[in-house]
Design a protein around this ligand. Structure first.
Ligand SMILES: O=C(O)CC[C@@H](O)C(=O)O
Ligand SMILES: [Zn+2]
Length: 538
């Protein structure tokens, strides 16, 4: 297996560490200090190398996953000194057993699940990944592929002692075609850095997430991440043109085509998009980048009721047409949380609901005219009670921060129960109202926000601490309710560890059966990201 060559860009390496951006807020508030906060990583005692989770020191506040959830370790081998030596021969100096570094990689961003892996591997090339997986396959060692570790469903950290296979050093651009806008890069490139890279060449990445400063493109593809540009550019299933994937036994599957059209046989890459590392490890991605818009405007609006929010969406689609690039929604509780925890300033008068409308087009004058027309109509008809528009980059970013940083604000509010569901827009907010009544005072906040333009609600419930009673009041209620609306129990975050058992609410038994068969075909020993995505097969 030959490692993919990166001759033209070999000197140009992305930093794997998050690039925190600082922005000056045109609204006078201090925003965007940290796009996605660092963990307050804690020191812990050295880990005993051999053995199971019981040998790992407890970190206050982050329970071992196996203590909180009923899950049994599968009979995989335990990493031995010989395995470590074999890894060291494959990737010299990049076999990590340092407890502090392991601690970072074992805990998810939410600090809600925690594995007890004893080894973290940092390959640089596809060939290295292939050699590692071949060894793991021979030795029956389970592997947890990890990108930026920004996932919200516990998919990116081990459940027990799975080997963590990090893509952090696989961070090179392989090629960029400045006529077609096709980018080919390694899986560990950080999304925001890719966006800067293609922006300098007149394009943008087709996806944008709050976690952009840390998340890896490979992880984005593995989870089929949605995000803020979905409304305009659609799913990664459409914009990813090709993938290179290493299969469980180490075989390299080279489907890294850059063709827009290719109807030769089954589209195998689609199997790996959204498979959360359970079918193979994505090592390189070919992706179609849309042209960089010349003008980006953001309107932030206050709305008196949810019926009005829906009417604004209709009006917006009709009047803005092809320049509409985002339609995001947040309720008053979200606004309160970003003000309280992040000290951001509300840019419009207080309202029950807020909408962020973004336009992206080729002519600033034309777009401004269209947006003005829409705002006049929305304000004049009372659909919107107040609004502000950002046309310069600083104000655009400041307005986006109010929406993008809700997750971060929620993380300061206590334990967060997260639901990421797809619904018909007419029912978008009903569940939030129902839950407030159902849960009563045992919660701190029940909030609703999300990508209304895509029918994707982020329903989050915060409480002082994790509570089994609260969980029982939420689940399966939320999932049953969603299924009754023919919705999806995971719109864009995937199923990971936390949601794997609810797959049946959104997929029929025949589909699940086929998924188990595919898993057995591609990973017969079940070594890749075990305990994730699919429920245990009875
Ligand atoms: O934290 C969440 O529930 C949502 C995170 C992300 O998908 C967003 O849209 O901000
Ligand atoms: Zn989202």
């Amino acid at each position: 297996m030959v490692p993919r060559q990166v001759p033209r860009w070999s000197a140009w390496i992305f930093q794997a560490t998050p690039a925190w951006r600082r922005t000056t807020c045109a609204l006078g508030a201090s925003v965007g200090q940290q796009r996605w906060p660092r963990f307050p990583w804690r020191m812990c005692r050295p880990l005993a190398f051999r053995g199971c989770c019981s040998t790992v020191p407890r970190v206050p506040g982050v329970m071992l996953t196996s203590e909180r959830y009923p899950v049994q370790r599968l009979p995989f081998s335990v990493v031995s000194e010989e395995d470590l030596a074999a890894f060291e021969r494959i990737i010299p100096g990049r076999v990590i057993t340092d407890p502090e570094e392991l601690e970072v990689a074992n805990v998810d961003w939410l600090k809600s699940v925690r594995g007890c892996s004893k080894v973290l591997l940092r390959p640089r090339t596809t060939e290295e990944v292939s050699c590692i997986l071949r060894h793991c396959h021979q030795r029956n060692l389970a592997v947890n592929p990890q990108g930026g570790n920004t996932g919200l469903v516990g998919g990116s950290v081990p459940v027990f002692d799975e080997i963590i296979l990090s893509t952090a050093l696989m961070n090179q651009v392989i090629s960029f075609h400045d006529v077609s806008g096709i980018l080919v890069c390694q899986a560990g490139c950080v999304l925001e850095q890719l966006n800067h890279y293609v922006q300098e060449r007149g394009f943008i990445m087709p996806l944008d997430l709050g976690a952009k400063g840390s998340c890896h493109i490979g992880g984005n593809v593995a989870t089929n991440a949605g995000g803020m540009r979905f409304l305009r550019y659609g799913s990664l299933r459409g914009t990813v043109l090709g993938l290179e994937v290493v299969l469980a036994d180490g075989t390299v599957l080279d489907c890294l085509t850059s063709l827009r059209k290719d109807n030769t046989g089954y589209d195998l890459k689609q199997l790996f998009i959204g498979s959360e590392g359970t079918l193979g490890v994505i090592t390189a991605v070919s992706i179609l980048c849309p042209p960089r818009p010349n003008a980006v405007n953001v309107a932030f609006l206050g709305c008196p009721g949810f019926a009005e929010v829906l009417q604004v969406f209709s009006t917006c689609k009709g009047m803005l047409g092809e320049i509409l690039s985002a339609f995001e929604f947040m309720d008053a509780e979200c606004m309160q949380l970003v003000m309280q925890h992040l000290h951001l300033t509300r840019p419009v008068r207080e309202s029950p609901f807020y909408i962020l409308v973004e336009t992206s087009g080729s002519s600033a004058d034309h777009d401004a005219e269209k947006l003005d027309g829409f705002l006049e109509q929305a304000l004049g008809s009372g659909l919107v009670t107040d609004g502000t528009v950002g046309t310069d980059q600083n104000k655009v970013q400041a307005l986006w921060a109010l929406r993008e940083r809700i997750t971060e604000a929620l993380s300061h509010d206590g334990y967060v129960f997260k639901y990421d569901i797809s619904l018909p827009v007419e029912r978008f907010y009903d569940l939030v109202i129902e839950l407030r009544a159902r849960l009563g005072p045992c919660t701190k906040h029940v909030v609703g926000y999300g990508h209304l333009g895509d029918g994707n609600l982020h329903l989050n419930v915060t409480a002082e601490a994790f509570s089994a009673a609260l969980l029982a009041a939420l689940e399966p209620y939320v999932y049953t309710w969603t299924a009754t609306q023919q919705g999806s129990v995971s719109a864009e975050h995937g199923l990971g560890f936390k949601k794997k058992d609810v797959l049946g609410y959104s997929k029929p038994p025949t589909a699940m059966q086929l998924m188990w068969q595919l898993k057995a075909l591609l990973d017969p020993r079940g070594l890749l990201n075990p305990y994730k995505t699919l429920p245990a097969h009875a």
